[in-house]
Design a protein around this ligand. Structure first.
Ligand SMILES: [Zn+2]
Length: 118
């Protein structure tokens, strides 16, 4: 237990992986709010980890894109010139972000938004 070694590669990627982790948390949170309010409460079945099938797919897609982003630091997607999302996925994720952003503000969780975006 005492000799936990961190691989050099990991160390090298520390900054990037930290960013990925943070974005991952935001994506999970926002998609899960959206899914719960728009799908699960409407009776759509849970597929995996508390997401319906569609949202779970969207999350996996977004996480992959996030991880593969060639920019460091990663720009905000809306300001990025390489639109790596497909048109369909881009529309979906924008809808999710907008809905959950508004949801958090309405429910007095502006602290979460600030926490995520500042
Ligand atoms: Zn859903």
């Amino acid at each position: 237990m005492s000799n936990v070694k961190i691989r050099p590669l990991y160390e090298f990627n520390m900054k990037k992986s930290k960013r990925i982790k943070k974005d991952e948390k935001v994506l999970k949170n926002f998609i899960s709010i959206y899914c719960r309010e728009n799908h699960l409460k409407q009776g759509i079945e849970v597929y995996k980890n508390g997401y319906c099938k569609e949202c779970y797919g969207l999350l996996q897609y977004a996480l992959k894109k996030n991880e593969n982003c060639p920019f460091d630091p990663k720009p905000q997607c809306k300001h990025c010139k390489v639109h790596c999302y497909s048109k369909e996925m881009r529309q979906k994720i924008r809808k999710v972000m907008k809905f959950s952003g508004i949801y958090l503000i309405k429910h007095g969780r502006i602290d979460l938004i600030l926490h995520y975006f500042l």
